[in-house]
Design a protein around this ligand. Structure first.
Ligand SMILES: Cc1cc2nc3c(=O)[nH]c(=O)nc-3n(C[C@H](O)[C@H](O)[C@H](O)COP(=O)(O)O)c2cc1C
Length: 174
């Protein structure tokens, strides 16, 4: 899939087919995360592959908006070490997005689950207190086709200085 098309057509997928993800495909997802950019190439991340059904259930129950993880064949937690770089959160977010986009390009669907409003998730996954959990990506073969819109470029693109909407591009997108 072409990159621009992948960016545009990726959606948050929360319903999955009962179909396992082959190990070589999981490796491709992890490889996509590995090649994400990071500040000073610090690569401050760790990825936890969560495939065990009971563990997925336990993790999913700790979320407010992520119960669907229990039905997904795979979860990938993205963890960063904030002591390694002041940009660890940005780095981890980029790695997670690379995995998310790769999932879409490989014919899978994924959704970011926000761990900040979860109960006890770090303990369940044995993540040390010094590390920061960026997200859990819930991943599987999609069983839904959600539609989402975006604000129009005219609404938030400025030229030369914030607030100035006069510029050389007449936006064409619908
Ligand atoms: C930082 C962040 C946190 C998110 N947290 C959750 C979440 O906890 N649960 C969930 O179902 N979706 C979550 N999402 C998915 C968003 O709801 C989704 O990306 C947004 O509605 C746009 O839809 P789309 O991804 O299909 O384009 C999160 C996305 C981001 C970027």
């Amino acid at each position: 899939m072409e990159v621009l098309e992948a960016i545009r057509t990726r959606r948050s997928i929360r319903q999955y087919k009962n179909e396992p993800i082959p190990p070589d495909v999981i490796e491709k997802l992890l490889e996509a995360g590995r090649w994400a950019p990071s500040a000073s190439n610090s690569q401050p991340w760790g990825f936890i592959v969560i495939a065990d059904a009971e563990l997925k259930r336990k993790v999913s129950r700790s979320f407010v908006f992520g119960h669907f993880l229990a039905e997904a064949p795979l979860g990938i937690a993205v963890v960063v070490d904030p002591w390694r770089t002041p940009c660890a959160i940005q780095d981890g977010t980029l790695a997670a997005y690379a995995i998310w986009l790769a999932a879409h390009a490989l014919g899978l669907g994924a959704c970011w689950i926000n761990p900040n409003i979860s109960r006890g998730i770090k303990k369940i996954l044995c993540i040390p207190a010094t590390k920061k959990l960026i997200c859990i990506l819930s991943i599987g073969y999609s069983a839904e086709s959600p539609v989402h819109t975006r604000r129009k470029l005219q609404g938030f693109v400025y030229f030369e200085k914030y607030g100035n909407k006069e510029g050389p591009i007449s936006f064409r997108q619908g």
